[in-house]
Write a protein that binds this ligand. Structure first.
Ligand SMILES: Nc1ncnc2c1ncn2[C@@H]1O[C@H](COP(=O)(O)OP(=O)(O)OP(=O)(O)O)[C@@H](O)[C@H]1O
Length: 278
């Protein structure tokens, strides 16, 4: 069976096919990035060609320091490529913060003096949503991440998992078609992470967002992604990629996830061994 069919149902699949006819959600063409540090040029990414379709969920894996976060920064417009072109939704990203992609990190990075709701409202304000509509919209987004009733809660009253939910609501408030996630669940305990995997899969299915998700956890990549892309050790190049044809909902402990994760881990180990560091 076509796994996309199991996940979306046929009408959503038609919509996804229609979306596929538009520009790619993200396109990197012949992208390289070199940092100049203390007079020395260090190539971090080399010849990256990556296209993410609208609504696609791609996980990025690779050894520590291979350039995964740099790749997200290029797509987010926080860094400029040394060579090549980065496009989001068909528009070139110029490295001056001008990217329509939303970004989420391991740290929720919420403003502690604001309530959960006001943290989300801040993103709505930056998007230009009129004051009178912000509260209702923030409440809708908090409901979407299953934080109904948390609008007035202060950051210190929220658990780590709840903070990441607020961060997700805040990212969704940008109404971007692309969500970039840099190890967003790495600091959470296994049970909370498991719950957030389910939530993210549900939100992704409901919203049709394209997601690029960076992780060190191979099982997490296979649990979430439709495609897993492995970067080589520095300088990062695309070493290999896998389509994940396991129907959603997936369980991180399922034999199918474990089997593919074991195969990918084998390749990741070789990449890490090439540079002798974890
Ligand atoms: N602004 C910068 N200036 C100079 N060097 C940088 C800069 N940003 C990243 N680097 C270097 O680029 C390399 C890749 O960093 P990056 O954070 O992208 O790797 P990563 O794969 O995300 O690592 P990790 O998995 O450990 O988070 C590192 O050696 C890092 O020190």
């Amino acid at each position: 069976m076509d796994p996309a069919m199991t996940l979306f149902g046929s009408s959503a699949l038609d919509a996804a096919t229609a979306r596929d006819q538009g520009p790619a959600a993200v396109r990197l063409a012949d992208v390289s990035k070199t940092f100049d540090r203390t007079g020395r040029s260090t190539p971090v990414l080399v010849d990256i060609n990556l296209t993410v379709a609208p609504g696609e969920f791609v996980c990025l894996l690779g050894a520590s320091g291979c350039g995964k976060s740099t790749l997200l920064s290029l797509i987010a417009g926080l860094e400029t490529p040394t060579q090549g072109v980065v496009e989001v939704a068909g528009q070139p990203v110029d490295g001056r913060g001008g990217s329509p992609a939303a970004l989420m990190f391991q740290e929720a990075a919420l403003f502690p003096w604001l309530s959960a709701g006001k943290n989300v409202e801040l993103a709505l304000r930056l998007r230009g949503v009129p004051r009178g509509r912000r509260r209702a919209e923030a409440q809708r987004l908090l409901r979407l991440v299953r934080l109904d009733g948390a609008y007035d809660k202060r950051v210190h009253q929220l658990s780590g998992g709840m903070r990441q939910r607020v961060a997700m609501a805040r990212a969704l408030a940008q109404e971007s078609s692309v969500l970039l996630m840099d190890e967003p669940f790495a600091a959470l305990d296994a049970i909370t992470r498991d719950v957030l995997h389910e939530e993210l899969t549900r939100i992704w299915t409901e919203t049709g967002l394209s997601v690029i998700f960076v992780t060190h956890n191979v099982r997490e990549a296979v649990r979430l992604g439709q495609r897993v892309v492995l970067l080589s050790s520095r300088p990062g190049r695309i070493a290999r990629e896998w389509r994940v044809d396991i129907p959603q909902p997936r369980r991180i402990e399922s034999p199918a996830v474990a089997e593919l994760a074991a195969e990918i881990t084998e390749h990741l180990r070789k990449e890490i061994a090439r540079h002798g560091r974890a």
